[in-house]
Design a binder for this molecule. Structure first.
Ligand SMILES: Cc1cc2nc3c(=O)[nH]c(=O)nc-3n(C[C@H](O)[C@H](O)[C@H](O)COP(=O)(O)OP(=O)(O)OC[C@H]3O[C@@H](n4cnc5c(N)ncnc54)[C@H](O)[C@@H]3O)c2cc1C
Ligand code: SF4
Length: 520
């Protein structure tokens, strides 16, 4: 099929920025419904043949390595001061890397303001979209992504790592322990094969069993003849007309040439750090604080989930690396229960990483026998990852650096996080519980892993009922500019304890319907 190309002066196209979970899903939905879409993607278009089962190589190949700055009291500001977040720069976005856990949120997690009470320094909010409505879209997202355990799709086989975690969890009294819902084919589906249990989900799935927009949403959209994907094209600014409606996007291509693409509407899905960065950088005399930022919420209330890990060393081999990265979850601690000394909850997830990442995760500056025995006896390890709800705080935010700019002259983003006492209490609880589980399963020692750069980014353009409380309405449509949309995790008012991507996809489907319904 010939490549689709729309003219730069074609003002009837929707411009979508970013081709990851949110952007490519929205673009595909719009194309399927007869709309013309130009998608600007900063990264290259790779193919599954380009993926390599090698952690370091894949990290260099896929990761967004442009400088960002981490500040605040979170440990990442010390351990990874120029990499607060781990995201991808390539067609398919971070779905190239993701572990494909596809979880729905719990009812109480969408009503945090009502359920959690008042907490000092916290800007809790209820979601402006109800659980029952989201459920309809989760179901559709699950069907489209082929999520195991839903729609009659069989589960993946359990991993060795999960068997150990499951045993320890039941020994200490946990009851809500289960194989995960994965957006990974357990049987061939939609032209893609079943998972081969290679264990390199984080390096790009060479068999394409894992849902990644590079080879799902993108080619589907292209087949409509209405999708103009422009890889290696980085959006620099969003322009608006005299009335204040957005009408064009300025971008730079791989050769360094700048272009202005006209647009009927603009949807940003650049992940929750680049999205507010672009809005803030698009400030004008009409919008001096940045686009959609009359409420001063753009960039604020950055959420990233509380992460940590624990690694048990066993007498006998476990071979945790056999099978998918994330193998199963203990859900008991995701309950609503303030008696533990914190609000919100967390998941304990059976998780494996390769030797290079393990070294960075367990102790970034590790040295000595205590540390090296974990690397030497890698095949005797089992791991548990923490995914915990962090709290929205106004001053945890993405802002533009005052002087430091990237090669295109755009200020680099500063990601500031001061952890709340609630976050710290929750992580302490996790370490104790994870160690109990691993020891109950027979671990002779346990190493606590350091928190690492955020892989889940949310909250920097939150949706709200009232314009003064956020950036968009429940459809991700800017309160201030009616043809400007946010289509990624930035719109989450709270993080919940659940991995975010299923909800990003569900919201993108819902947003596409809204756009088609309300735009002529
Ligand atoms: C190692 C890892 C494991 C993960 N595992 C899970 C999991 O198991 N479950 C889960 O739910 N989530 C997981 N995630 C998170 C998940 O990948 C993200 O939530 C999801 O991909 C976010 O979708 P998005 O569309 O917001 O952004 P992305 O998928 O990151 O896509 C954004 C795209 O925008 C592009 N872009 C940015 N700025 C510009 C610009 N100015 N111009 C043009 N293009 C631009 C980027 O290059 C990128 O391709 C994981 C993440 C990582 C790193
Ligand atoms: S374990 Fe399955 S999903 Fe992960 S990389 Fe291998 S084939 Fe793909």
């Amino acid at each position: 099929m010939a490549e689709t190309r729309f003219a730069l002066n074609d003002g009837s196209v929707a411009v979508v920025i970013g081709s990851g979970a949110g952007g490519a899903t929205l673009a595909n939905e719009l194309c399927q419904r007869g709309k013309k879409v130009v998608c600007l993607e900063a990264g290259p278009r790779l193919s599954v043949a380009d993926y390599r089962n090698d952690e370091f190589f894949a990290f260099q190949q896929l990761t967004w390595l442009d400088r960002r700055i981490a500040t605040g009291n979170w440990s990442v500001a010390n351990t990874a001061p120029t990499m607060p977040a781990y995201t991808v720069k390539a067609v398919g976005g971070t779905t190239n890397h993701w572990g494909a856990l596809a979880f729905r949120m719990q009812r109480h997690e969408l009503e945090a303001r009502d359920r959690y009470g008042t907490l000092p320094g916290v800007a809790l909010a209820n979601w402006p979209v109800k659980w029952a409505e989201l459920r309809r879209y989760w179901l559709r997202a699950e069907s489209r992504m082929g999520v195991t355990g839903t729609h009659g799709i069989p589960w993946l086989p359990v991993t060795n790592n999960y068997k150990v975690v499951d045993f320890g969890a039941r020994e200490v009294g946990y009851r809500r322990v289960a194989n995960d819902r994965h957006a990974i084919n357990s049987q061939s589906r939609n032209g893609r094969p079943a998972c081969m249990q290679l264990g390199f989900c984080g390096q790009g799935c060479k068999s394409s069993a894992k849902w990644c927009t590079l080879y799902t949403e993108v080619p589907q959209a292209e087949e409509t003849g209405r999708f103009d994907l422009r890889p290696r094209c980085t959006a620099l600014r969003i322009e608006h007309d005299a009335t204040g409606r957005v009408n064009a996007v300025l971008y730079v291509d791989a050769d360094g040439n700048q272009h202005l693409q006209k647009a009927a509407l603009v949807a940003i899905a650049a992940n929750a750090i680049e999205t507010p960065r672009l809005l803030l950088h698009s400030a004008s005399s009409k919008y001096p604080k940045g686009l959609a930022n009359g409420s001063d919420w753009v960039g604020r209330s950055y959420l990233k989930h509380i992460n940590a890990s624990a690694w048990g060393l066993f007498e006998k081999p476990v071979h945790m690396n056999h099978g998918v990265t994330m193998g199963g979850t203990i859900y008991d601690e995701a309950r609503f229960d303030v008696s533990r000394g914190f609000v919100g909850g967390y998941l304990l997830q059976a998780c494996q990483v390769g030797v290079p990442f393990l070294a960075a995760v367990i102790k970034p500056d590790g040295w000595g026998r205590d540390f090296t025995q974990y690397l030497e006896q890698y095949d005797h390890l089992a791991g548990i990852w923490m995914n915990g709800e962090d709290l929205p705080q106004r001053d945890n935010r993405v802002s533009l650096h005052g002087t430091d700019k990237d090669a295109n002259g755009v200020p680099i983003p500063v990601v500031h996080v001061d952890e709340h006492a609630n976050d710290i209490a929750m992580r302490k609880h996790f370490y104790e519980r994870a160690e109990m589980v691993l020891r109950a399963a027979g671990a002779r020692s346990v190493m606590r892993g350091t928190p690492v750069s955020a892989s889940h980014n949310m909250g920097t353009c939150r949706m709200s009922v009232r314009p003064e409380d956020g950036v968009t309405n429940s459809f991700g449509r800017s309160h201030e500019i009616d043809n400007l949309f946010i289509s990624d995790g930035s719109v989450f008012p709270t993080s919940s304890a659940q991995n975010p991507t299923l909800t990003i996809v569900a919201l993108a489907i819902r947003q596409a319907e809204h756009i088609v319904r309300t735009f002529r």
